[in-house]
Design a protein around this ligand. Structure first.
Ligand code: FPP
Length: 278
């Protein structure tokens, strides 16, 4: 199914158009999908039901970001610390990932989505590695949304690994210590080639980065919502994006230096939309 041909309500069309016409949409959105377990426990269900419902929100978030023209969406699907969870939960998450890739790859490919992964991929079960590899291979030429799954990922692990490889390159004479700039380090990270995230969304109200994109998040805007991930619908995503679009990103400069006057009109339209959504 081609997503752009799907019909949506007039109100939703207006929201999408206002966001896109703002000219301030984030290029890279990264999401810490938290609260699956609590969502299930609140309903007296086993935790895995929360993960299953969470997968549906992965589907809708990918689709909406693609439709809105977001270039990069990075999802924190399994952290390196998540291996410490009970074995049945880890097994369930791995099987969910496998079935997501098997079930969705046709539709993702048909909608020009490129699938990528960051993290300690060789720690994943062999079957998952194989399916992931084939999904990445199949979609590698797509130039729409880049969907990056952070799997067995930890930012400290990635930085430590990058520094180690750089040090080895210095020893081999491929690099000199003078070459060790911020850009060089960034080029050794697994996120090399991707722009830094503009917006990091975290669901379930926790105020932390949990070892996610620590280097890359230096100037990311953070949006934390109390909403648990299984309830993070399109409307919730619009709220996060509208909140981002309305922010002033100064990157250390003054407000007068960064604010073009033409933003005033799109601001008032977006503020009205945000009011309607909340
Ligand atoms: C955090 O919620 C979520 C995870 C550890 C896993 C995220 C997985 C999914 C959203 C589903 C599958 C993903 C893909 C890409 C197919 P939690 O379990 O820590 O929730 P809690 O803090 O309420 O216990």
């Amino acid at each position: 199914m081609t997503w752009s041909k799907e019909s949506i309500s007039v109100q939703e069309q207006q929201v999408q158009l206002s966001l896109m016409n703002s000219g301030r949409m984030p290029k890279h959105v990264a999401v810490i999908m938290d609260g699956n377990g609590r969502w299930a426990e609140e309903r007296g269900k086993p935790r895995f039901e929360g993960h299953r419902e969470g997968m549906e929100r992965v589907r809708s978030t990918v689709k909406t970001c693609s439709k809105l023209g977001v270039s990069y969406l990075t999802l924190y699907a399994f952290s390196i610390e998540n291996w410490k969870r009970p074995v049945p939960e880890v097994r369930f998450l791995m099987s969910l990932l496998e079935s997501y890739l098997v079930r969705e790859v046709d539709e993702l490919d048909a909608n020009n989505v490129r699938i990528c992964a960051i993290g300690k991929i060789n720690a994943l079960p062999k079957a998952v590695q194989k399916i992931l590899q084939s999904a990445m291979e199949r979609t590698k030429k797509n130039d729409g949304l880049t969907l990056t799954l952070a799997l067995s990922y930890g930012s400290r692990w990635d930085i430590q690994r990058a520094v180690q490889v750089m040090a080895m390159d210095v020893r081999r004479g491929k690099l000199s210590p003078e070459d060790l700039t911020e850009q060089t380090l960034a080029s050794y990270l697994q996120t090399s080639g991707m722009p830094d995230p503009d917006l990091i969304i975290r669901t379930s109200g926790e105020m932390r980065l949990s070892n996610f994109l620590l280097w890359e998040a230096a100037y990311a805007e953070l949006y934390v919502t109390e909403t648990l991930w299984p309830e993070f619908t399109e409307q919730e995503l619009y709220k996060g994006l509208a909140s981002y679009v309305l922010r002033e990103r100064r990157f250390g400069k003054t407000s007068a230096q960064v604010q073009p006057e033409s933003q005033a009109q799109s601001r008032s339209t977006l503020e009205r939309i945000l009011d309607a959504l909340t």
